[in-house]
Ligand binder design. Structure first.
Ligand SMILES: Nc1ncnc2c1ncn2[C@@H]1O[C@H](COP(=O)(O)OP(=O)(O)OP(=O)(O)O)[C@@H](O)[C@H]1O
Ligand SMILES: [Mg+2]
Length: 544
């Protein structure tokens, strides 16, 4: 059976397969051996080439005269530049005689921090000054590729330490840090004209986003060297959470303000074109608790600006006021709260003017009295004209964009000169809470958009004047209970009804004296008649 033709056939096939496997294995081994030989050859060739180059270089250094060496180096470099198509631009960290930190370096650092976190393999982590955010940047000797408008560019971060070792308390003080930008020479115009501008703009915008905003105040208080006066700004981190989304106000009005703010913040060229200082004045007026201060915080958060809370009562005089103004940074909102209480501004300008005239005429005649008057001037407070100068005088144009906000509960008390258009460009009334504003508060405080009690609340809010602060107080949850929502709304309804009742009683009480006076009118007339006749007697000596 074993010697059957079928068995022989199978055996033949098996032998054939084995032979092919053996031959394939041999071929593979041969191929591998030849590859290894080629590699060995390559390395031995490279080694000998390097040795030859080193030898030639040593000969060159030893036997050629130094001038000839310099000459050859210079021309060698020129020759290599001819074939090397890339341009390198270096951006040092410090520039100028006074070793000022370069703005370009900082902008590039910010610009690259975004790219580095996505592309670089070795990164450095750092905390931005005065900020809580962690920023990643590429490590030294790392290179990343950037692409802009289809053009490829390479950035590398470098540092160099001087070869001569100097004694220094700060080991890294002598270290020079710089960025190098590499690009093809055909893109020279694009890089210098467009790309670098884009990098600077982006870098500055990132810096503005990352910076910790500050709330400055000039109020007195205890400094490290004794009591502080109002002439210096001190600051804390600005962390007010108010935004336009949480501000209870008519939606349309809110949008108009937001639009206006945006237009202002982007209006650098426009203001330059029309020849006006880049600033805008807002007057916020309305009863206490209607959200004036909250609006200022929302504005600052919306524009990412710093806030300067200017306390006029602690500013001694106009000179100090000017100094404080000059010290404010751009991208800031300068607020004077309760302007009507800060100064006696009503008609003060006229009074002061007269006083100044009198002072001038008396000056020179009596040195002692003029000295005492000078003393008095030192004590004198900020005048309306000083404040007007602060708003739109020649000094107001120093620095960049600024918003000036006045808040007041009594707009009618202010001198019209102070709030005329052009000074206070936008007058915003912060009024009592109506249904639109209530809906925002209900969303903020209770996280509800609708409720069966909303209808009643809407009706009551139309009839009763209640400030958003009071409405908010009623919506404050006392516990996490879901039923608490309804309890809050009912509480608000009760408060509104009580307010309505109170208003009705007040109106009645106001009506009473009027009615009484109307009833007493004839008597009054008689009295006035009597007074008239008495006057006539006095003036003319006539008795009727
Ligand atoms: N329009 C509003 N939107 C949201 N919250 C408001 C609003 N108005 C008032 N509030 C709330 O009431 C509190 C007081 O408001 P705010 O201090 O802004 O009032 P104000 O108008 O500045 O009052 P005052 O005239 O007394 O300075 C705020 O903390 C805020 O929670
Ligand atoms: Mg306020």
């Amino acid at each position: 059976m074993r010697s059957s033709p079928l068995y022989l056939q199978k055996l033949g096939k098996c032998i054939d397969h084995k032979i092919s496997v053996i031959s394939r294995g041999r071929k593979g081994r041969e191929r591998q051996r030849s590859k290894m030989m080629m590699k060995g050859e390559f390395w031995s060739n490279l080694g000998s080439t390097m040795a030859a180059i080193m030898f030639a270089y040593a000969m060159f250094r030893q036997y050629l005269p130094p001038q000839l060496q310099d000459y050859m180096f210079r021309y060698g470099k020129k020759l290599s530049n001819l074939f090397y198509p890339y341009i390198h631009v270096t951006f040092d960290e410090y520039t100028g005689e006074r070793m000022k930190k370069s703005e370009a370096f900082s902008a590039i650092q910010n610009y690259l921090s975004d790219k580095s976190s996505a592309n670089a393999k070795r990164l450095k982590a750092d905390v931005v000054k005065d900020s809580q955010s962690l920023v990643l940047s590429m490590d030294y000797n790392e290179e990343i590729t950037d692409e802009f408008d289809g053009v490829k560019l390479w950035w590398s971060a470098n540092r160099s330490t001087p070869k001569t070792q100097q004694f220094s308390f700060y080991p890294a003080a002598d270290e020079k840090r710089y960025y190098v930008l590499k690009f093809h020479k055909r893109d020279r115009e694009f890089v210098t004209g467009t790309y670098l501008k884009h990098v600077m703009k982006q870098g500055k915008a990132i810096a503005a986003d990352n910076r910790q905003r500050k709330l400055y105040s000039n109020g007195g208080g205890q400094g490290s060297y004794g009591p502080r006066n109002g002439t210096t700004w001190t600051h804390v981190a600005f962390e007010h959470p108010a935004t336009f989304d949480t501000l209870a106000m008519d939606e349309k009005k809110k949008n108009v303000i937001k639009k206006d703010l945006l237009k202002f913040s982007k209006g650098k060229d426009y203001y330059a074109k029309i020849g006006k200082a880049w600033k805008r004045g807002y007057l916020l007026y309305g009863p206490p608790g209607t959200g004036k201060s909250t609006m200022v915080a929302a504005m600052a958060n919306f524009l990412n600006y710093d806030v300067y809370d200017l306390e006029l009562t602690t500013v001694k005089n106009n000179v100090e006021l000017r100094r404080l103004l000059i010290e404010t940074s751009n991208k800031s909102i300068i607020v004077i709260e309760d302007i009507d209480c800060s100064l006696d501004l009503t008609g003060q300008r006229e009074g002061k003017k007269k006083k100044k005239k009198d002072d001038k005429s008396e000056e020179g005649s009596d040195p002692i009295s003029s000295m005492s008057q000078n003393e008095e001037k030192k004590e004198s407070e900020v005048t309306l004209s000083g404040l007007l100068n602060f708003i739109d005088g020649i000094w107001s144009a120093c620095g960049g964009e600024r918003i000036i906000v006045f808040t007041t509960n009594h707009v009618e008390k202010l001198d019209p000169a102070l709030i005329r258009r052009g000074r206070m460009d936008k007058h915003i009334e912060m009024s009592y809470c109506r249904f639109e504003a209530f809906k925002v508060l209900a969303k903020n405080y209770l996280d509800i958009d609708s409720h069966p009690l909303f209808g009643e609340i809407e009706r009551l809010l139309e009839e009763t004047d209640m400030t958003p602060a009071d409405v908010a107080e009623n919506l404050m949850l006392k516990s996490d209970d879901d039923e608490e929502d309804e309890a809050c709304l009912k509480c608000l309804i009760e408060a509104l009804e009580a307010g309505k009742e109170e208003a009705r009683k007040k109106a009645e009480e106001e009506e009473k004296p009027k009615e009484e006076s109307e009833q007493e009118q004839p008597v009054e007339e008689v009295v006035t008649e009597d007074v008239k006749s008495a006057k006539e007697v006095k003036e003319n000596g006539v008795i009727h």
